[in-house]
Ligand binder design. Structure first.
Ligand SMILES: Nc1nc2c(ncn2[C@@H]2O[C@H](COP(=O)(O)OP(=O)(O)O)[C@@H](O)[C@H]2O)c(=O)[nH]1
Ligand SMILES: [Mg+2]
Length: 236
């Protein structure tokens, strides 16, 4: 299986994340997608034993994910697990998600923080945003989602094929859920624990959140109204 870790300027955490991933996924190829980092993320990831795909400039987390899926398909992987590079996702938490996809229980499994560890703290604006995204994605897909911005996921070949074809550069996690359900894939959430961010800072500031919220709502609305389904197995 492929274990993909998107990372943008995560030099302080990436080694630990890769080591944790290697300890829990023996035999998996660990791919760090270095999203145009200007620090030593790529070198640190390589030192820890990961394969590194470096994008020439920063393109956003969606492009980083999609790079991982393209790599996964090109190398014939049936399974892909993903965790963030900032140390918020303990690799142990991903294991049951990957097992569920491997067992054919779903095409895409998303780790949801509704079982949060104490210490996980989201800002007020972010909590509102998360609620709204959940409400909208749930309404649009007629399926309940509680954590639409989670980057801890496991997916199979079919889902990679869909995401290689079309994937939102900016609204990666949220829009891709809507897209996967609409394409007829089986998507499910499983509870996971996550850590609060230790190093660096999240890209979401209060004003940024409000703008992001607005943009994401628009994208979800357009995604909902968009005619026709995407067939993940149609010719590219
Ligand atoms: N913020 C941000 N993160 C990126 C980008 N490209 C890759 N990433 C990685 O995507 C993951 C999630 O980003 P993060 O800012 O922690 O998101 P959050 O946990 O939802 O606040 C981290 O591993 C980042 O290093 C990018 O352009 N912006
Ligand atoms: Mg994070």
């Amino acid at each position: 299986m492929l274990l993909m870790i998107p990372a943008w300027n995560e030099e302080e955490s990436i080694e630990g994340v890769v080591e944790d991933a290697r300890a829990h996924f023996e035999g998996a190829e660990i791919l760090v997608v270095d999203d145009g980092s200007t620090d030593r993320t790529a070198a640190a990831a390589r030192r820890a034993g990961a394969t590194v795909a470096s994008l020439p400039f920063n393109q956003g987390v969606g492009a980083a994910h999609q790079t991982g899926y393209i790599y996964g398909l090109a190398h014939g992987y049936e399974l892909c697990g993903q965790i963030d590079g900032d140390g918020q996702h303990p690799a142990a938490e991903l294991v049951p998600l990957v097992d569920a996809v491997a067992a054919g229980e779903a095409d895409l499994v998303v780790g949801s923080r509704f079982a949060e560890v104490s210490g996980y703290h989201a800002s007020f604006a972010r909590r509102i945003g998360q609620r709204l995204f959940s409400l909208l994605v749930s309404t649009s897909t007629r399926q309940t989602f509680t954590d639409t911005t989670s980057g801890m996921r496991a997916l199979n070949h079919r889902t990679m094929e869909l995401f290689v074809r079309r994937y939102s550069p900016e609204f990666a996690e949220v829009e891709s859920l809507q897209q996967a359900v609409r394409a007829g894939l089986a998507v499910k959430e499983m509870p996971v624990s996550m850590m609060a961010r230790e190093q660096g800072s999240s890209f979401i500031t209060p004003l940024g959140s409000a703008f992001y919220l607005f943009k994401t709502l628009t994208v979800l609305l357009v995604g909902h109204l968009r005619p026709g389904k995407v067939d993940p197995e149609a010719e590219l």
